[in-house]
Design a binder for this molecule. Structure first.
Ligand code: AMP
Ligand code: MG
Length: 405
């Protein structure tokens, strides 16, 4: 019995395993989900330091018009610093430690130096332009939660705290197997009736977009022996994706061969369009996705089902794309019964609202519509009509991060 889109996705997310973690240098960790909470063991800043190039002063002594001689020069990185003598100031550079006895900085641009002395001409407040120890991060602060993707901001903080390696979940090694007698590798001379194996490349790229490692298994022909051998190899990976051969045709042998390998099917057929024959199964701890062969169906089912599974396995705490709301531009009819995965263009209208339009012919044979789309709308199974002006949820597609065309 076909199951609903949301049921299918939930079953997948409930089933896929979390991969083990490994400790890697920061640059290798960037873009991946950290596998543990990070608690600060030291303060940031580590010492009181100047936020400006200027003069370290004692605020209470800075009476307007009073002359304060300069006694000392503190460049950034200086370690031995004498305390500030009462009645004097010290020249100080940004990032340099504030000397004992000083409690404010007067920036160069706020006063004139004359004969090796300064005369404040405004009221200096205690704490002016000083970055105090621990004002950003205090020891014991919970600064990054397990499952957070390490962007440049998190890497900056980790590096500031001198954390050089972090635990992250392993990247998923994804075996990719295309199936079909008609398929040819893209560098082979075309024969009549031959179809270029584009799915392996498309799936591999989509895997890389989320940080998984594609393992290309090439093409299995529509016969039991070839499928047996290549599926066996694929089951060695962390996850196996097959494309095509999963419908009800007499050459659609993928599920039959998976079953002979002791793979337990979780579901087959989902009430969606496109992507109806999608199957999902488990072989011990290895998830197996059997995606429909049509290139549009393959990529859309990857986007909606495989992508969140990969992120979950790699320990991400947000695995589903953020849903935004846009205004539907033109009326659209659909048959009730299946959720439609609609390829849409995303732009802004004159009022600055997000405008969603069908990106073109929604026939599953039209790859060009996928090229022209930046977003996906999941039209609910039970609806059959959407009016222009309706507010509708969408998410950005694949590697798209920006709106506006
Ligand atoms: P099937 O699910 O085996 O009936 O395949 C559905 C359609 O997808 C057929 O037109 C296939 O030729 C096409 N197709 C299957 N596998 C691939 C692939 N790896 N690359 C491009 N097209 C494919
Ligand atoms: Mg086929």
């Amino acid at each position: 019995m076909p199951i609903s889109f949301y049921e299918a996705r939930q079953k997948i997310l409930d089933t896929v395993p979390l991969l083990s973690s490994e400790r890697v240098p920061l640059l290798e960790a960037a873009g991946r989900a950290i596998a543990e909470d990070v608690i600060a063991s030291q303060p940031l800043p580590a010492f009181d330091n100047s936020a400006m190039d200027g003069y370290a002063v004692q605020a209470e002594e800075c009476l307007i018009g009073k002359t304060l001689p300069i006694d000392g020069y503190i460049p950034a990185g200086k370690t031995l610093i004498k305390p500030l003598e009462p009645g004097t100031v010290a020249k100080i550079m940004t990032g340099a430690p504030v000397p004992r006895g000083a409690n404010a900085i007067i920036p160069f641009e706020n006063c004139q130096e004359q004969q090796h002395a300064i005369s404040p001409n405004y009221t200096v407040k205690k704490g002016d332009h000083i970055r105090w120890t621990g004002e950003d991060i205090r020891p014991g602060d919970h600064i990054i939660s397990s499952g957070t993707v390490l962007r440049s901001a998190e890497i900056s903080l980790l590096a500031s705290l001198r954390i050089a390696t972090v635990p992250v979940h392993r990247r998923v090694r994804v075996a990719i197997l295309s199936t079909g007698d008609e398929l040819q590798e893209i560098d082979e001379p075309p024969f009549k009736g031959g179809i270029a194996n584009s799915n392996s490349w498309a799936i591999a790229t989509a895997c890389q977009e989320v940080g998984a490692i594609p393992v290309m298994l090439g093409i299995a022909r529509d016969n039991l022996a070839d499928l047996q051998e290549k599926i066996k190899e694929g089951l060695q990976a962390d996850l196996l994706i097959t494309s095509a051969g999963v419908s009800s045709g007499d050459r659609d042998l993928v599920r039959e061969v998976l079953a002979t390998h002791g793979v337990t099917e979780v579901f087959w057929k989902v009430k969606i369009k496109p992507g109806h024959p999608t199957a999902f199964a488990m072989h011990n701890k290895t998830p197996v996705f059997s995606l429909p062969g049509n290139p549009v169906s393959t990529l859309l089912t990857f986007e909606e089902f495989v992508r969140p599974a990969l992120l979950k396995m790699m320990g991400h705490h947000s695995v589903l794309k953020t849903l935004y709301q846009g205004v539907w531009a033109e009326p659209i009819k659909k048959k009730p019964g299946r959720l439609q995965i609609l390829r849409v263009s995303v732009s802004f209208n004159q009022d600055g609202e997000i405008l969603l339009k069908s990106a073109g012919d929604q026939n599953t044979g039209i790859l060009r519509t996928l090229i022209k789309s930046q977003g996906i709308v999941l039209l609910p199974a039970d609806r059959d009509f959407f009016a222009a002006g309706e507010k509708i949820d969408f998410h950005l597609l694949g590697g798209s991060t920006a709106i506006g065309y």
